[in-house]
Design a binder for this molecule. Structure first.
Ligand SMILES: [Zn+2]
Length: 106
C-alpha cells in the first residue's frame, strides 16, 4: 500500500497547489461505497484500490477530495473547481461508477 500512498501524496500536492489549499493528512480507506472522503481540517481518505484503476481515474478522485477542501458540497462552484483540475469531470465520474460496480467489495 506504500505505492498507493506515494501516488496519492504526489497527486494531492499538485491539486492542492492549484487550489491554494493544504492537505494535512492522507489516509487509506477500504470503505464499501465510496472512493474517497475529505474533512474540513484538511484530512482526506482515499480507497487503496484506486491504485488499480487508470491513472486519470485515480487523479480525478484525488482532485475531487482536494476540491472539497475549498467547497464542502457538490454545487456549481465545486464542479467549476473540478473543471480546472481534471480534463473530463463528467466522463471520469461515469467511469468511476462503472469501476466501483466491477470491484467485488463494492
Ligand atoms: Zn464529493
Amino acid at each position: 500500500m506504500a505505492e498507493a500512498l506515494r501516488e496519492f501524496h504526489a497527486r494531492a500536492a499538485v491539486h492542492a497547489a492549484a487550489l491554494g489549499v493544504r492537505v494535512t493528512r492522507i489516509g487509506l480507506s477500504d470503505a464499501a461505497t465510496r472512493w474517497g472522503s475529505a474533512t474540513a481540517d484538511g484530512a482526506i481518505r482515499l480507497h487503496w484500490r484506486l491504485i488499480q484503476l487508470a491513472p486519470d481515474l485515480l487523479d480525478a478522485v484525488v482532485a475531487h477530495e482536494v476540491a472539497h477542501l475549498r467547497e464542502m458540497n457538490h454545487g456549481p462552484r465545486f464542479w467549476a473547481l473540478m473543471a480546472r483540475l481534471v480534463a473530463d469531470p463528467a466522463g471520469t465520474r461515469r467511469r468511476l461508477r462503472d469501476a466501483a460496480a466491477s470491484l467485488a467489495p463494492f
